[in-house]
Write a protein that binds this ligand. Structure first.
Ligand SMILES: [Zn+2]
Ligand SMILES: [Zn+2]
Length: 319
């Protein structure tokens, strides 16, 4: 990774006057932007989509400097409670390709700012998705690399929305949820790519695992809410298989995943497909409609037709 070691340590040191945002990882990194230009720039390089189509070889450093300035202004205006201005600076930086700015906006809208900026989970999700899309546009080469701590911060925010804020039974929210699942799938695919893993050092590998735990947990709860019990179980199993990685939020999800697997196992019926036509529903509601043969109680069927074809030759003795 190109970013300066110690960034994560510094994050915890920066304090904000703003109480509501004190637990917000992005506002902490906003705070550190003023402390050292080196850290600012390293963060920029890894979270800013480079301009490939320009003949001007310096365009990327101009943009990085400009975005860095916008982020500092966003921080200062936030501290002086000029929330509208702060958001405008962040939006401008986002338009210029800053994944960090998009992530900060996602964080702001998920919590709201006093009475000025209301909590808005749809907008929050949209900015988090945008942050992930921007990150995916950054190539992984020896020069550029992904800021995995930023990706982790974003998926932590998204996990919170998926678990607590978005309504899995509301049509508008399910659109958002589906959209996010697609984007997080792309992230997960990239993070599992051997070419990607090859360039990671030990810390990055732990971050990569933490991110994968969060996105797979989001998949699992999305499936569970849709009654897709098998897919849900598979995603929870994936979380369990990745295992503890030393990142608190992810490790808690591993424990949660084990609890969910246990619960799902207790919900699974004995029969999951039709022994005659092999129809195998994935939805728990449909699985529960399978009819067991009352004679042998060893097989189940999708309906009367399949059941009667079996019972005519069944030698079971339960009846
Ligand atoms: Zn059948
Ligand atoms: Zn039978």
């Amino acid at each position: 990774m190109r970013h300066v070691k110690g960034i994560r340590k510094n994050r915890g040191d920066a304090k904000l006057d703003h109480k509501k945002l004190s637990s917000d990882p992005f506002s902490k990194s906003l705070g550190e932007l003023n402390e050292s230009n080196e850290i600012t720039l390293s963060h920029q390089v890894v979270s800013l989509v480079p301009e490939f189509n320009s003949d001007d070889v310096h365009i990327n450093s101009y943009t990085a400097q400009h975005v860095s300035g916008l982020l500092q202004k966003a921080d200062l205006t936030l501290k002086s409670n000029e929330y509208g201005k702060s958001i405008k600076y962040l939006q401008r930086a986002t338009q210029l390709g800053s994944a960090l700015a998009a992530a900060k906006l996602g964080s702001i809208y998920s919590q709201g700012l006093n009475a000025t900026i209301a909590q808005d989970f749809a907008t929050s999700a949209a900015y988090y998705f945008l942050a992930l899309k921007l990150i995916m546009m950054i190539p992984c080469t020896s020069y550029y690399s992904w800021d995995l701590s930023l990706v982790l911060d974003v998926v932590i925010g998204l996990t919170d929305l998926y678990r607590r804020e978005l309504n899995h039974h509301n049509e508008a929210d399910t659109d958002i949820i589906e959209c996010g699942v697609k984007i997080m799938r792309s992230i997960d695919d990239r993070l599992r790519d051997p070419f990607f893993i090859r360039i990671l050092d030990h810390n990055d590998v732990q971050l990569q695992r933490a991110i994968r735990i969060h996105v797979n947990f989001c998949f699992a709860i999305t499936y569970m809410m849709a009654g897709e019990i098998y897919e849900s179980r598979m995603s929870f199993r994936e979380v369990e298989a990745i295992g503890e990685c030393g990142h608190e939020s992810a490790d808690l999800l591993v424990i949660k995943a084990r609890e969910h697997i246990h619960w799902l196992d207790s919900q699974l019926p004995n029969f999951t497909d039709c022994a005659q036509c092999k129809y195998a529903p994935t939805n728990l509601k449909d699985i529960k409609t399978l009819e067991m043969c009352p004679r042998c109680q060893e097989v189940a069927f999708c309906g009367k037709d399949c059941l009667s074809m079996h019972t005519s030759s069944c030698s079971g003795t339960f009846l």
